[in-house]
Design a protein around this ligand. Structure first.
Ligand code: PMV
Length: 333
């Protein structure tokens, strides 16, 4: 099964383009991570995963039909050269939807987060682009189908179409039609996510490469699917019961286990910088003093803290440069 075959199953036979399509997609931070694929072509994950969306942090994308010979892309107002990997990844995705009619697009992306630094820029990027295309061509697809399409651009993009908590189901089918995300109905108004930016540099190894290497070479990876299943159940129960201790502990332990599978790969993969480890130690000290704060980390050196609003003043005192987000109190776009 190819990406093009999946697209053909979901899209209408003719498009009815408007002048402009536009959308915003929030970035999402996984609390129970997606790490490893069962199908690399379709980005079908080895396990399910669970994330939280960050309102206000994401991608605003506008798409227009163009008369140029090639697609044109701007990112935060700057034109993207056609020989960059960013341009190629984007246009390869667009190619899936082109069918026989050779239209070209002008794409304008405004990102409110750094690109490729472990803040899920590809997740919100592909989700916003998919929704903007749905708007431009008036496909009127349900969000579930858009989640499947966004996944073809980047796995975690499947989760970036909603606010709040989102679960991405691993599915079983070869064509991935049962592999989509959907939102959980539960809210947690006092929940805070703090972004600790340690470096904005692009990651040295893409998550795609890192996942492949981990699955292939890490002995610890064998334990990962069972760990995810336990953590997912525990996280959903903790969210349901408002049990912050279990919630934070499970998310932190899940992130550390994911990084342990990477450290045990060969050649080893380590996204942490010395400053990342120093911040973890500082956070663990705070926790020993009785302040409930936990962290999660993705494919980059930056950390995302999880805490409740009541602990904010004390945490802010230790980490004054924390960018604090209220996932359930702020407007999404
Ligand atoms: O969707 P990708 O290929 O960027 O992979 C995302 C991987 C992690 O961010 C580390 C985990 C996750 O579930 O988002």
């Amino acid at each position: 099964m190819t990406k093009a075959q999946v697209v053909a199953q979901l899209l209408p036979s003719t498009y009815a383009p408007k002048e402009t399509g536009a959308s915003f997609a929030p970035t999402n931070i996984a609390l129970c991570k997606y790490w490893g694929k069962r199908n690399t072509e379709l980005n079908l994950p080895a396990t399910s995963s669970l994330s939280i969306a960050l309102p206000g942090k994401g991608a605003f994308t506008k798409v227009m039909l163009s008369t140029q010979a090639e697609d044109t892309v701007t990112l935060n107002g700057l034109s993207i050269a056609t020989n960059t990997s960013f341009y190629r990844r984007l246009t390869q995705f667009i190619e899936l939807f082109r069918k026989k009619v050779m239209w070209r697009l002008h794409i304008e992306i405004q990102m409110t987060i750094p690109v490729a630094a472990g803040l899920a820029s590809s997740a919100c990027g592909f989700a916003a682009l998919t929704m903007a295309l749905n708007d431009l061509f008036q496909w009127q697809l349900p969000l579930r189908d858009l989640s499947i399409l966004a996944r073809l651009g980047s796995g975690s993009a499947a989760r970036s179409l909603w606010s709040g908590f989102v679960e991405w189901h691993q599915g079983e089918r070869e064509d991935g039609m049962d592999c989509y995300a959907e939102p959980l109905s539960m809210q947690w108004p006092s929940l805070c996510v703090g972004i600790l930016t340690i470096s904005q540099k692009e990651k040295f190894l893409s998550s795609r490469e890192a996942m492949l290497r981990t699955v292939k070479t890490s002995d610890l990876y064998r334990c990962w699917p069972d760990k995810v299943q336990r953590d997912l159940t525990q996280l959903k129960r903790a969210i349901h019961e408002g049990d912050f201790t279990t919630f934070g502990m499970t998310a932190e332990s899940n992130a550390l286990a994911m990084h342990a599978t990477m450290l045990s790969s060969w050649p080893p993969i380590c996204y942490a910088l010395p400053e990342t480890l120093a911040a973890m130690q500082q956070l663990w000290e705070l926790r020993q003093q009785g302040i409930e704060v936990y962290f999660t980390q993705d494919a980059g050196p930056n950390l995302k803290f999880l805490f409740l609003e009541e602990s904010k003043p004390l945490i802010n005192k230790q980490f004054s440069n924390l960018d604090i987000i209220y996932p359930f109190k702020q407007r999404v776009g």
